[in-house]
Design a protein around this ligand. Sequence first.
Ligand SMILES: *Cc1c(COP(=O)(O)O)cnc(C)c1O
Length: 355
Amino acid sequence: MTYTPAPRDPKQPPVRINLLSDTQTRPTPAMREAIARAEVGDEQIGDDPTVNVLCERVAELLGKQAAVFMPSGTMCNVAATLVHCRPGDEILAHETAHIIAREGGAHAALGGFQITPLSGTDGKFTPDTFRAALHPRTRYQPPQTVVSVEQTANIGGGTIWKKADLDAIVQIAKSNGLATHMDGARLLNACVATGVSASDMADGWDSAWLDFSKGLGAPIGAVIAGSREFIDEIWRWKQRLGGSMRQAGICAAACVYALDHHVDRLADDHANARALARGLSQISGMDVQQPETNLVFFNPDGAGVTGDKMVDALRQRGVLLAMMDGRIRACTHLDVTADMIEETVGLVREIVRGV
Ligand SMILES: *Cc1c(COP(=O)(O)O)cnc(C)c1O
């Protein structure tokens, strides 16, 4: 059980351009200084001042009463459903959702929950699709307890849920007694791209979280927010899952630094993603999904090269990316420059020409 595109494969040339994921960012020297200066305490007993500052800031940013620091986004999703649901309950999410496809079956393994996959283009389902999936509360059917959305939708292409659709989903959920959960791994990308504030995006969502180890460029951490009562319950699951930490201010300091310095610059990642998509689109036969944020999905089949061959050929030239659900995903981030994008387009062109 391996993960194949290992960045440090000794049989391959070193990676010069890393488009594998926005998780690949390294803390900047200034972020490392913030880490070194961090005031710390025992997070598990609520005594780490830097963690407390981070949680207050994210609660405010998302317009919620309280927030808690978690080791990962996956733990945010898992703890959230563990709070919202009981064994046998049904969660509704898009069929490509991280909670279905990429969390090792955690929601079934740990909670005994089933997730109903909803269809829809670009990683999003419509309010109508959601409404049609709801069923009456009978003793035969699983209780439908939570609806979950990803902002942005990862496998959908880094696509953005429109505020109006989010509101419509919330309205339907509330009138049918469902809780609402927002997987905000890349929520701030959506906010920077649209100008809609994070608190507006998360308005009406009972739980919402941000990942700091993606485009925000911190090494570790995510923060989940909600009502005070919800966060109390999250703390219980954080403890149960072994996610309560000690001098976690070391990590939180990088997250606070990211909030101060790495949010507005997400616009640069989006510009680089658009430039990459533009360059790739100019190659005859290339099928490119126009990016809304920092993820670019493309399929080179029509240009005469399979996705796997393209990934291998780029890797041999020092560019790392990977196939994701049948297409190639390229991800722009803090450590990707406009020059690297230009070079990548040139290399793809060269590989296509060599066929
Ligand atoms: C990365 C990701 C997660 C999980 O976050 P980790 O910090 O890697 O555990 C959850 N949802 C989405 C949409 C993601 O992209």
